[in-house]
Design a protein around this ligand. Structure first.
Ligand code: FAD
Length: 815
C-alpha cells in the first residue's frame, strides 16, 4: 500500500486515518503542528452538536454515518456520542413552515423527524418557555458528540492498526516530482509520501498554498459561552459515565441565530448573530505561536449582549445566572457553506478534506477513504468537490465576501431560488447589455450572470402574478417564465447559453484520447455532434457532455462545470506524459452561445445566411461553420428545450452584434428572449436530465433513464462495472393530478408503503398546465401508478408518466 501522510490530527484527519486503517491501509502517518492528543485546532473545543437534517442529501448522509459510527465508539472513560435528540424551535410562522420543509428533507434522506407543538417542545426541553415558540422539529437520533473523545477513540484504534501519529511537528512544504507528490517536509524531517491529505482545518489556505491550490475557505470567529449554574437543573443532569452530564436535547433557536446544549447544571450557548469575524491568519500565527489553543480568541462580550437577552427570554431560568466563560472560537467557512473535499486537479496524490464540521466528520472520513483507496467516492460529492469552483470563484475577495455571507446566513431560512446580493456582475455574457435593456432578472452560476426571465415579457404573462402556487413558490419567480416557455413552443425563443462551460480538446490524438472516456466513440466524421456520458470506474455517471467534432484534430465539448474541466485537464496531462498529443483548454469566455429554437427559427435564420439550415441540409446532431448576419459562427443542431434550432457559437467580440441582428430579424414572428426559468420548464417537458440535480455519480445510465446514450460496441471506462450493476432505483417522470400543485425539488415521495424516494427537478408545464417532476423511486413503479409528494405539511397526488411529456417522437426537435 502507498505511503500516506495526513496533515492535521483534528477530528477530520483522525477519522480519515481510522477509515484508511479499517480498509487495510496502515502505512499512514498523521502529522500535526499542535500537541497530541488535543492539538488546539477547532476540534479541541467544539461543543459537538450533531444535527443530521440537511437540505443536501450528501451532507445529511455524512451526518447519519457520523452518528452511527460515534454511537459505537468510546474511550475507556467516555462515550463519543450522547444521543439526547435534537429540537429546533420556531418563533415565527415562516420558521414553522420551514420546519415542515426540513421534516420533508428528513423523510427524503431517511432521518427520523417530527414536527411538534409548543407544549411538546417544553416537555422535551424543560427550560424552554413554550409561550415563546410556535412549535419545533424533534429529531430523536441527533445528539452531542464529544469531539475530543471521538478523536482519541479513533486515534487509539488507528494506532493499534499501525498508523503513526506525530504531534508538535509543523508541515512546512510538500515535495513533488513528475506531477506527483513525493514527500512532506516538516520542521523535523522529510517524510516520503505517495499520497498527502490536507486535513488542516482553517489552516487549509496556507497548506494549499504549498502546492498552488487555492483553497476557498475563511477562518472565522464564532462565539460560544457557558453559563454559571442554573437553578433546579439537578433532575436533568445525567450522571452516568460518558453522558457528559447532559440529558436535555440539543436546542436550536435559529430565528435568533442561537443554539444551546447542556453541560451538567450549566448551559452552553453558541451564537451566529454577531458580525462576521474573519481571522487574519498571519496575525494569528504571530499572536498564538507556542500557545496550546490557537483556535480560541478572547471573548468580545459586547457582541454577545443580544444573544444573552434573547436566551433569558427563551430559557427564563437563565435570568438568574450569568455568562461564566466565553470565547470566540475559530473554524472554517466557505463561499457556499459546503466542505472542500477531493483531489488536487493539478498535482497527483494531493488531497484535501477541509471545512468539515464535527457533524459530518466521520462520514467525510469514510468517503475520503473510499475515494483515495478505490479512486471513486461512495456518495455524490459534486456539491463538496474542491474542483467545483471556477477560477473566478476562488479569487480571494470573492471567497471572503461569500464566506462572510455564509456565516451571516448560516441559520437563515434559505429559499432555493434566492439570489445573493453581494459579489454580483463578476462575469457577464457579451449579450449582457441587451439583457439589461429587456429587464432581465438574473441568477448566478459559477459567477456568471444568467437571465432567469425578462420583465419586458411581463405583458405576455396571463393570469396575473398570483395565478400559480403559494407565496413560497412565487418567491424569486414570475409567471413570465411560463409565457416565455409557451412562446418558444409556438414561435421562437432566444436563449443566452454563453455561461454553459465548454472546452476545446485539440491535437493529433484528440479522438484517441477521448474515446475511452466517453460512452460513445467520438471518432466520427467532422461535423458530428454526440450526446455522451462520462462514467466512473463503478459505472456511475460522472457527467453528461455534448461533443462536437469541429476538425480532424479538434472537438468542442459542452461540460457541466469546473469539475469536468479539471478532470479532463488532469487526464490530458497524464496522456501527454504517456506520449499522446492532446490538450484541453476552456473556451467559455472566448465565445458566446445563443440558443435559437422554435417552430419559426428556420424562417428567421435562413434569410441571414447562405448556408442551408433546413433539417435535411443540417440534420439533428450535426454542426457546421456558417456566416450568420455577417458574423462567422458555428451552428450546432442541438436543443435543450426540445425544439428545432441551433446553438449558435461566435467569438465573444461578435456575440452582442449577432444577438441584436437575430433579435431584429425575429421580431415579426413573435419570438421572445427567454431565461433559465423557461429553459427548465421546456427541458423537463422533454424528459431531459440536468446532471448534478437529476443524477450524479452514484447513479447508473440505466437508473437515470440514459441508457440510450451508451453505445453497445464501444469500450470505455466503467463499462464492465456498469453492465454488472443491479438497478436499485429509477428516475421516473411524475405529473401532478391537480393543476394547482407546485413543487420546487427535494420533496419526499411516498407510496402506500411509506417514503420511497424524492423529487429532483420540477417545473410547472405551460404546455399541459400541470407540474411535471422527476422522482427517484423504486424500479418497479409503472406508468399510471400513484405516488404522494409532500409540500410543507400537505401531500399532493402525482401519476407516474412516460419519460417525455412533449414530443416523445422527436418530430419537433428534428424539424
Ligand atoms: P481541526 O480540529 O482544526 O484540525 C486541523 C489540524 O490541522 C489542527 O490540529 C492543526 O494544528 C493542524 N494543522 C494545521 N496546519 C498544519 C501544518 N502546517 N502542519 C501540521 N499540522 C497542521 N461543528 C459541529 O458539527 N457542531 C458544533 O456544534 C460545532 N460547534 C462549534 C463551536 C465552535 C466555537 C467552533 C470553533 C467550532 C464548532 N464546530 C462545530 C465546527 C467544528 O469544530 C470544526 O468544523 C471541526 O472541528 C473541524 O475539524 P478539523 O479536523 O477539520 O480541524
Amino acid at each position: 500500500n502507498p505511503h500516506v501522510v495526513i496533515i492535521g490530527a483534528g477530528i477530520v484527519g483522525t477519522s480519515l486515518a481510522d477509515e484508511l486503517a479499517l480498509r487495510g491501509w496502515t502505512d499512514v502517518t498523521v502529522v500535526d503542528r499542535g500537541p497530541l492528543p488535543a492539538t488546539g485546532g477547532s476540534s479541541s473545543h467544539a461543543p459537538g452538536l450533531v444535527f443530521a437534517t440537511n437540505a443536501c442529501e450528501t451532507l445529511s448522509g455524512f451526518a447519519q454515518y457520523t452518528i452511527d459510527k460515534l454511537v459505537s465508539l468510546s474511550t475507556p472513560d467516555r462515550l463519543c456520542f450522547n444521543q439526547v435528540g435534537g429540537l429546533e424551535v420556531a418563533a415565527t410562522a415562516a420558521r414553522m413552515d420551514d420546519l415542515h420543509r426540513k421534516a420533508g428533507w428528513a423523510r427524503s434522506w431517511g432521518v427520523s423527524a417530527e414536527v411538534v407543538d409548543a407544549d411538546r417542545c417544553a416537555q422535551l426541553h424543560p427550560l424552554l418557555d413554550p409561550s415563546r415558540v410556535l412549535g419545533g422539529l424533534h429529531t430523536p437520533d441527533d445528539g452531542l458528540a464529544d469531539a475530543q473523545a471521538t478523536v482519541d477513540a479513533q486515534r487509539a484504534r488507528a494506532t493499534a492498526a499501525g498508523v503513526r501519529f506525530r504531534g508538535d511537528e509543523q508541515v512546512l512544504a510538500i515535495e513533488t516530482g513528475g506531477g506527483r507528490v513525493t514527500g512532506v517536509r516538516t520542521a523535523r524531517e522529510t517524510l516520503p509520501a505517495d499520497i498527502v491529505v490536507s486535513c488542516a482545518g482553517f489552516w487549509g489556505v496556507e497548506v494549499g498554498a504549498m502546492v498552488d491550490l487555492a483553497v476557498p475557505l475563511v477562518a472565522m470567529g464564532h462565539q460560544y459561552v457557558t453559563t454559571g449554574a442554573v437553578e433546579n437543573m439537578g433532575g436533568y443532569v445525567d450522571e452516568r459515565p460518558g453522558k457528559a452530564a447532559a440529558a436535555m436535547p440539543i436546542l436550536r433557536h435559529q430565528d435568533s441565530d442561537l443554539y444551546y446544549r447542556q453541560h451538567g447544571d450549566r448551559i452552553g450557548i453558541g451564537y451566529y448573530g454577531h458580525r462576521a469575524m474573519p481571522v487574519a491568519m498571519d496575525e494569528l500565527y504571530r499572536d498564538t505561536a507556542g500557545q496550546p489553543m490557537p483556535s480560541m480568541l478572547p471573548f468580545t462580550p459586547e457582541d454577545f449582549d443580544p444573544a444573552w437577552t434573547e436566551s433569558t427570554r427563551l430559557l427564563p431560568a437563565l435570568a438568574k445566572t450569568h455568562v461564566a466563560e466565553g470565547f470566540n472560537g475559530i473554524f472554517s467557512f466557505t463561499p457556499d457553506g459546503s466542505p472542500l473535499l477531493g483531489a488536487h486537479p493539478g498535482l497527483d496524490g494531493f488531497w484535501i478534506a477541509e471545512a468539515v464540521w464535527v457533524t459530518q466528520s466521520a462520514g467525510v472520513g469514510r468517503t475520503m477513504a473510499e475515494w483515495i483507496t478505490t479512486g471513486t467516492p461512495d456518495v455524490d460529492v459534486s456539491g463538496c468537490d474542491i474542483a467545483r469552483f471556477s477560477a473566478l470563484e476562488v479569487e480571494r475577495d470573492h471567497v471572503d465576501v461569500l464566506s462572510a455571507r455564509a456565516f451571516d446566513e448560516v441559520y437563515d431560512i434559505s429559499h432555493p431560488r434566492e439570489q445573493r446580493t453581494v459579489a454580483r456582475d463578476r462575469q457577464t455574457s457579451p449579450m449582457h447589455a441587451g439583457h439589461l435593456r429587456r429587464g432581465a432578472q438574473f441568477v448566478t452560476s459559477h459567477g456568471w450572470e444568467r437571465p432567469a426571465w425578462f420583465e419586458a415579457n411581463d405583458p405576455l404573462a396571463s393570469g396575473g402574478r398570483d395565478a400559480l402556487g403559494d407565496e413560497w413558490f412565487r418567491r424569486w419567480w414570475s409567471p413570465t417564465v411560463l409565457a416565455e416557455a409557451a412562446a418558444t413552443r409556438t414561435a421562437m425563443g432566444l436563449y443566452d447559453m454563453t455561461s454553459l462551460m465548454r472546452v476545446e480538446v485539440t491535437g493529433a490524438d484528440a479522438a484517441r484520447f477521448l474515446a475511452p472516456l466517453l460512452t460513445r466513440d467520438p471518432d466520427r466524421p467532422i461535423g458530428t455532434v454526440l450526446y455522451a456520458l462520462i462514467l466512473d470506474d463503478t459505472g456511475g455517471i460522472r457527467s453528461d457532455v455534448t461533443v462536437a467534432r469541429t476538425a480532424a484534430d479538434r472537438f468542442q465539448i459542452g461540460v457541466n462545470g469546473p469539475v469536468d474541466i479539471a478532470w479532463l485537464t488532469a487526464h490530458a496531462r497524464r496522456a501527454r506524459a504517456g506520449g499522446m498529443s492532446v490538450s484541453v483548454r476552456e473556451t467559455t469566455t472566448e465565445t458566446s452561445c445563443l440558443g435559437v429554437w422554435g417552430p419559426r427559427a428556420e424562417s428567421v435564420i435562413a434569410p441571414l445566411t447562405t448556408t442551408a439550415v433546413d433539417a435535411t441540409s443540417l440534420p439533428f446532431y450535426r454542426c457546421a461553420p456558417a456566416t450568420v448576419a455577417g458574423v462567422e459562427v458555428l451552428l450546432m443542431r442541438v436543443s435543450y428545450v426540445g425544439e428545432f434550432g441551433w446553438e449558435i457559437y461566435a467569438d465573444a467580440a461578435d456575440g452582442a452584434e449577432l444577438a441584436d441582428r437575430i433579435t431584429e430579424a425575429a421580431q415579426p414572428v413573435g419570438a421572445v428572449w427567454a431565461g433559465r426559468g423557461a429553459l427548465d420548464c421546456l427541458r423537463i417537458e422533454k424528459g431531459f436530465r440536468s446532471w448534478g440535480t437529476d443524477m450524479s455519480a452514484v447513479d447508473s445510465p440505466d437508473e437515470a433513464g440514459l441508457a440510450f446514450a451508451v453505445a453497445k460496441n464501444h469500450e470505455f471506462v466503467g463499462r464492465a462495472a456498469m453492465l454488472e450493476r443491479p438497478v436499485r432505483r429509477r428516475l421516473h417522470t411524475v405529473i401532478a393530478d391537480d393543476p394547482a400543485t407546485v413543487l420546487m425539488g427535494s420533496e419526499p415521495v411516498s407510496t402506500a408503503d411509506g417514503p420511497v424516494g424524492h423529487i429532483t427537478s420540477a417545473a410547472f408545464s405551460p404546455t399541459i398546465g400541470r407540474t411535471i417532476a422527476y422522482a427517484w423511486g423504486p424500479a418497479d413503479l409503472r406508468t399510471g401508478d400513484q405516488v404522494g409528494v409532500d409540500w410543507f405539511d400537505t401531500t399532493a397526488s402525482f401519476t407516474v408518466s412516460p419519460t417525455t411529456t412533449v414530443d416523445p417522437e422527436n418530430a419537433r426537435i428534428k424539424g
